[in-house]
Design a protein around this ligand. Sequence first.
Ligand code: ATP
Length: 615
Amino acid sequence: MTSANVDIPNGPETLPEAPLRQSQLHIPPAAPFKNAASNYLKHDHQTLWSRNVRNLVKEPPGLVEATPRGSDIIVIHPGSRWIRIGRATDAFPVSVPHVLARKVSSNHKPAPQLIRVLKTNADEDAMDTDEIQEIANPAEVTECITTIRAALRSRMDFYRILYEEDGSNGASEFNEGIQTEEIDGAQDVYKVDWVTGQPDDAFFIGHKVFRLADPADSGYEVRWPMYNNHLNTRYYTSRQEALSDIETMWENIITQELGIPRAKFKNHSAVLVIPDFFDKQTVSHLVDMLLTQLDFKRVCIQQEGLAACVGSGLTTACIVDIGAVKTSVSCVEDGILLSDTRMLLDYGGDDITEFLHDLLKEIKFPYKNIKLNRLYDLHVMDDLKARLCTLSEADVAARAYDFFVRAPGKVTEKYLLKAYDETIVAPMCIFEPKIIDFDSKKKVNPKRWDLSNIDDGDLGSENPTPAMIISTQHLLQPMGEGRPRPNIDVKFEAGKLPLDVAIFNSVRAAGNEKIKKFLQTVVVVGGTSLIPGAVHALESRLQAIAFPLVPNIERLQVLTTHPDVDPRVVAWKGVSIISKLESLSDLWITKSEWDILGMRCLRERSMIDRPTVLM
Ligand SMILES: Nc1ncnc2c1ncn2[C@@H]1O[C@H](COP(=O)(O)OP(=O)(O)OP(=O)(O)O)[C@@H](O)[C@H]1O
């Protein structure tokens, strides 16, 4: 509106301003602060969350009491190799290999297996597929093995254990002369009942995939949909494909193993256990799938580190979870996982399996035709790893072992094998990870994944944590006067750190005053922590790092779970305990909240950076 006082030169004739107000609505002046008495949106109970929780618990009282608390809660802990799943009231979860074999059309391009071998061991047969693409430089590999052996020898000298210079040569000579023994099917108690896919078998899941004779020949593709802390972007051609496999697997496992019909999923709640350093996009897709496709009543998110801490009966500890593909380190203090302390290491038990395979080939492994991209051969090597490997120097000795190869359509073969220090050199790679070919672990395989179909989340959406930044500081130093800082991928570089150094950096990131507290309770969990001697191996190395650097440290202790508790399921167990707590009622995400708030729910409805009231 033009003011009457303003003179507009040569403008239209202006009328004197009418004595009217701009609006007939009464706009009240702002209330003086001291008189503000409204409680609107000042209390938790007024939020959408609380209203929804109140609505959810408005069930007939008889119904609430009829079943034990937690019997309608399903705890799902997906990993790269295993998924653990069960009702919160179950003593133990069902453990199923997290793998699916899906029928594919005949013109489907098979997925690459990405198994790495040493150049000396690369066999011609394997080379004609595009699987074994990552071949380590033999000179570098030999140098790394020499470094590991030197470290082993100095530890054995320290413990006054004799190292046999000729141990591996002796084993090699023994293995060269080995004859196989054929075992009659009737006498083989572990004989495999091989299955071949029928035309209407669209897929196989879990243990059955290992019994599928020649999946490729029968038109099936074997897929592991999770890898590390994200969807398996190295293996699939799209995110949707991976999610659809996960949905098929989870639905089948819940219906068949837990006996809950699909129609009753809507009466159940799901707790999803996610990695400490999780990939936001992956978590978002999984929550969406649980609420939208699988139709669960509500979903809650818990992090592995906190879960393992609770499962170990502690509220404060530094948790080290050594899995198949990844190793996570994080500190939990009074029921809060300290985000700054999270470390995600890019190695695990599978690297030990591969390295053991390489080392055994060097000493004339008697089963010459082994290929780790065949599931039954992977099983042979995994089994040998579990029986042979040790991290205790006192166990190093030239010993003979037997193992059986059960291949489809063939008679079972029994082999003898002798090994010396290979049994300790292989698992020592977690302390000397230079031997691991990290470049082959890069997230996206450009041969398979449509790069135009990628969003930021598929390439990792979380920023590096302070613990990761501390770990790579030496790489970030300016090279000299006026020279720019190198542009490095902090998460990737921090993922290559030796386990003992990574743990020390994690506790350092908690702050100087807390270092001693966390070093007093370092808890090792995950499948790979089952290697005998792992606790002492870690404790002695951590002491060597921490004692000179931390003043007045009295005690440094590495623990594992109680012998009765399987370290592979301890995180699941912890979540099953948390799920039954009263305090969890604040943390459920319902479908309607997810529809309105989406990813915001993850921030506001998870225990990430929030204390768990353990009562
Ligand atoms: N007795 C054992 N000795 C040595 N290693 C073992 C033993 N039992 C299992 N493992 C190894 O533990 C690993 C599986 O551990 P776990 O079940 O914790 O992994 P995951 O949760 O599937 O994987 P990730 O945490 O990497 O996503 C495999 O590499 C397996 O070979």
